[in-house]
Ligand binder design. Structure first.
Ligand SMILES: [Zn+2]
Length: 276
């Protein structure tokens, strides 16, 4: 994957170099085709999978226009956070362009609510962008967590570095239903919510060709050290910022999100586009 400067007004565009120079996919919610575990864009039959962490880094670091060249359909997941993208972008730096940023503004408040699942996202017009998120997975290990971002918060150090996570019982379910393979869980924080017999862990690790952990008691697998106590909420913030970038630019709004995920984030981004 290569990030290249792009003209004013072009936004974020992907080009699949393995297909050809015209295989372009724009980062817009109208092209979202799948939100199971990550966000996929499809335009003219061309896929780009797992766009959210890169889009989040580009948003958190204030990149307006960029061409992302990709020789595969999936953006590299790397360590499961946006840190490697942030490091690369910050190392090379960005350039000012000869134009003021045109923010996405709203005429009215946008609300998405699913009362049954307890999900709610509110996007309110505001002069300064800000995001608040609250997560609750009904987990004793994770608990209820909150995270906040606004432009005064160091995105790379406080949000971008926070890694994706998965519950052990979800991995087991996905594996038993042939939905994941080895490599898919190398880059996630694994949370053991319920005591798991050692044999089940060993069987799963053998199936996925990953090392058997030393400690499989309830908690974070192998006593992993978190960057922040609320790293899970911070990662969900990372996802939210990336998915909402699919509204087509930088949002000038206050976003308050409760128990949201890729599917709802993409729907909200689409509602923002359709409100124009
Ligand atoms: Zn994520």
């Amino acid at each position: 994957m290569t990030l290249s400067p792009a003209p004013v007004g072009s936004g974020i565009r992907f080009v699949r170099t393995d297909i050809g120079p015209d295989a372009v996919v724009e980062a817009l919610a109208t092209h979202v085709s799948n939100t199971a575990r990550s966000t996929t864009l499809t335009q003219n039959g061309i896929n780009v999978i797992t766009v959210e962490h890169l889009l989040s880094a580009l948003t958190g670091l204030g990149v307006d226009n960029v061409l992302v060249s990709l020789d595969n359909e999936e953006i590299p997941i790397l360590d499961g956070s946006a840190k490697p993208y942030c490091d690369a972008i910050l190392a090379d730096g960005t350039l000012p362009q000869d134009c003021e940023r045109r923010y996405i503004t709203l005429d009215r408040e946008i609300v998405y609510e699913d009362a049954v699942k307890g999900i709610k996202v509110t996007v309110t017009p505001a002069d300064t962008p800000s995001y608040d998120i609250s997560v609750d997975f009904n987990s004793k290990v994770v608990g209820v967590q909150q995270a906040h971002w606004d432009p005064s918060v160091d995105y790379a150090g406080e949000i971008g570095c926070c890694r994706t996570f998965v519950f052990f019982h979800e991995i087991e379910y996905l594996y038993n239903n042939n939905l994941i393979k080895g490599g898919d869980v190398d880059n996630a924080i694994v949370i053991i919510e319920h005591p798991v017999p050692r044999e089940r862990v060993e069987a799963l690790c053998a199936g996925l060709s990953i090392p058997v952990p030393a400690d499989t008691s309830v908690g974070y697998l192998d006593g992993l050290r978190l960057y922040y106590d609320n790293e899970c909420a911070r990662h969900k913030m990372l996802d939210l910022m990336g998915d909402l970038r699919l509204c087509g630019g930088f949002l000038k709004a206050r976003v308050v999100a409760v128990k949201t995920g890729h599917c709802v984030n993409a729907k909200v981004a689409r509602m923002i586009i359709e409100s124009k």
